[in-house]
Design a protein around this ligand. Structure first.
Ligand code: C5P
Length: 251
């Protein structure tokens, strides 16, 4: 996995209108270069939301947490890989000249639920590879969700997360989503090239909201996180730019 640079903040665009999402992208890009589009925004606006981010210069982490039969997830990953690439004929692998020249990858990362099982995870990984070959794009990362960070920490959470991470790795995924509390152990078990995405980032001054297994930026980075997904602490800040600067300062 050669494309991992230093840790990066991803802003979760968990808002209900495209206008609000555009407002945050315009305000925060290029301080923040990657934006998470999840179920809320994608269900309402679909590819339009992705295109909006790409037009402003950002790249997208499409967090739809696929969990379905292997074939459906395979196809969903292929569909996701082609969103935002110019001239892609919907649903097919035909591409035009412009797409061949595409330098940046609009959707650089997608999620699946590890609970979907090995066959589903393998199909997701295969879908990303196939799409990259057909579309002549860099392969998007596929990362698996271990346990949601809104779940309470239980006696066996760490064990569950580690088992899930090992299954993800064995099945050909690029990495996992886990809380910063488990990140160091995942890094140890899965190696330096395995991507670790950590949501639930909070400073002591921030509201926890529904998050339970939280950590601050410094601890997440120390634990080995590559991508820190942050939503409400920035979206609900009185001054989102100042809040972003503060969080970036801790990177
Ligand atoms: O607002 P907040 O910073 O809590 O947002 C965290 C984001 O990370 C949300 O978009 C949520 O869907 C996502 N997420 C999470 N826990 C996971 C996977 C994703 O909180 N395990």
């Amino acid at each position: 996995m050669q494309r991992l640079n230093k840790p990066e903040i991803i802003l979760a665009l968990d808002v209900d209108t495209l206008e609000k999402a555009r407002y945050f992208v315009e305000k925060l890009y290029p301080r923040i270069k990657s934006f998470k589009i999840g179920s809320q925004l994608f269900t309402a606006y679909g590819p339009e939301a992705v295109n909006m981010v790409v037009k402003k210069g950002g790249r997208v982490f499409l967090d739809l947490k696929f969990h379905d039969i292997p074939k459906t997830v395979h196809k969903a990953v292929i569909s996701g890989s082609s969103i935002g690439i110019p001239m892609v004929v919907s649903g097919s692998a035909e591409i035009g000249k412009e797409a061949k020249q595409a330098v940046s990858l609009p959707i650089f990362m997608m999620t699946v639920h590890i609970k979907g099982g090995q066959a589903m995870l393998e199909e997701a990984a295969r879908g990303a590879k196939e799409a990259a070959e057909k579309l002549k794009i860099t392969k998007p990362f596929i990362v698996g969700v271990t346990c949601l960070t809104s779940d309470d920490s239980k006696k066996d959470t760490l064990k569950e997360v580690l088992q899930a991470a090992e299954l993800a790795k064995k099945s050909g995924l690029d990495g996992v989503v886990c809380s910063a509390l488990e990140a160091a152990q995942v890094r140890k078990a899965c190696g330096a090239d395995f991507i670790i995405v950590t949501p639930g980032i909070r400073s002591s001054k921030d509201a926890l909201n529904d998050q339970k297994r939280t950590a601050d930026v410094k601890s997440a980075v120390k634990a080995g996180s590559n991508f820190l997904v942050i939503g409400r602490p920035i979206l609900e800040a009185n001054d989102p730019i100042a809040k972003t600067e503060e969080l970036l300062g801790d990177l």
